[in-house]
Ligand binder design. Structure first.
Ligand SMILES: Cc1cc2nc3c(=O)[nH]c(=O)nc-3n(C[C@H](O)[C@H](O)[C@H](O)COP(=O)(O)O)c2cc1C
Length: 167
């Protein structure tokens, strides 16, 4: 089986525009956990499932794989600063953030462009990441332009007109 150089893999994946989310949960002791994640995707309509993938090396990994629920904050274009903050390990990510209790009582950003509150449905193995499958229980839609991660930079969707598919 051929293998690819990880640097080539990440160079290729840099060309895949990705959403920017902050996923949060609260552990049984009441401690809040959160991390910036681009590995967020819709998975199923019936039932309504999404997935997001925390690294097994992340300090929040244990809290998420044992959580009963989590909240996905889909960031708006103006929220690159908070995305960078929640990607910084070893800091109090919640200090100075505008997180407040939202759906299911979980920490959320009032100005997120969407929030999806999930019950943990399954945890699957994904190499050096785990795959959290969430059953969506509540949504909130703000509707601002989303923040996008592309070519290793935060950006926003280009404002050009939608393209028609060729006939
Ligand atoms: C744009 C962006 C997307 C990221 N996506 C993911 C992701 O999908 N999964 C992940 O484990 N880490 C991702 N990270 C890195 C984590 O946010 C970072 O390692 C996290 O803060 C580690 O959690 P910890 O502080 O609990 O160790 C991303 C970072 C950035 C800047």
């Amino acid at each position: 089986m051929p293998t690819v150089d990880p640097a080539d893999f990440t160079r290729a994946m840099a060309h895949v525009p990705a959403p920017v989310t902050i996923v949060t949960t609260v552990d049984p002791s009441g401690r809040r956990w959160g991390f910036t994640a681009s590995s967020f995707s819709s998975l199923s309509l019936d039932p309504t499932l999404v997935l997001v993938c925390p690294a097994k090396s992340a300090s929040c990994h244990e809290a998420f794989v044992t959580a009963d629920r989590f909240l996905v904050n889909v960031l708006a274009a103006g929220q690159a600063g908070v995305a960078a903050g929640f990607a910084r390990s070893g800091t109090d990510k919640f200090a100075g953030s505008s997180m407040e209790p939202c759906e299911l009582g979980l920490p959320g950003l009032p100005d997120a462009t969407a929030r999806l509150a999930c019950a943990l449905h399954d945890v699957l193995d994904g190499g050096d990441h785990s795959i959290l499958v969430g059953r969506v229980q509540q949504v909130s839609v703000g509707g601002a332009d989303p923040l996008v991660y592309y070519n290793r930079l935060f950006t926003r969707p280009a404002g050009s007109p939608a393209l028609a598919a060729p006939a």
